[in-house]
Design a protein around this ligand. Structure first.
Ligand SMILES: [Zn+2]
Length: 134
């Protein structure tokens, strides 16, 4: 199986207002946890932007759960897989993120580079940074 359900540590979804966790499964439904598509930097950027998580730097430990994808994002065959170009689009954002941004966002690429710069600043003290969300 491609999905990491029962790993030793378990994974929580990084999305705002999402409590899905591999160790906190709702028995009534199946939740898939997806790693960011690191093999595709452009797609990873789209995922990061879609989550609207301030300063999020996608890491291997991050997961987004299937609640944030539509049925159309999946390929249903023997296993349930995301389409190669699927981008999460279903979120429950906190109110402050639903407001119209003050400044018009110029260019998503620029935004991502800003995030990367922020990451540069944080280098070296990563061990002290608390996990974003358990
Ligand atoms: Zn989620």
């Amino acid at each position: 199986m491609a999905f990491l359900y029962d790993t030793v540590m378990g994974y929580g979804c990084v999305a705002h207002n999402c409590l899905n966790h591999t160790e906190n499964k709702d028995a009534a439904r199946v939740v898939h946890f997806h790693q960011f598509p690191f093999e595709n930097a452009d797609l990873t950027r789209k995922w990061v932007i879609a989550t609207k998580i301030d300063g999020l730097i996608a890491k291997k430990s991050h997961r987004l759960c299937s609640d944030h994808f539509t049925r159309d994002d999946y390929i249903f065959s023997n296993s349930t897989r995301l389409k190669p170009n699927a981008v999460p689009s279903v979120f429950s954002f906190p109110p402050h993120l639903l407001k119209k941004p003050m400044k018009k966002r110029k260019n998503p690429c620029e935004h991502y580079h800003q995030l990367q710069n922020d990451n540069e600043l944080q280098k070296g003290k990563e061990g002290n940074v608390p996990p974003e969300k358990k």
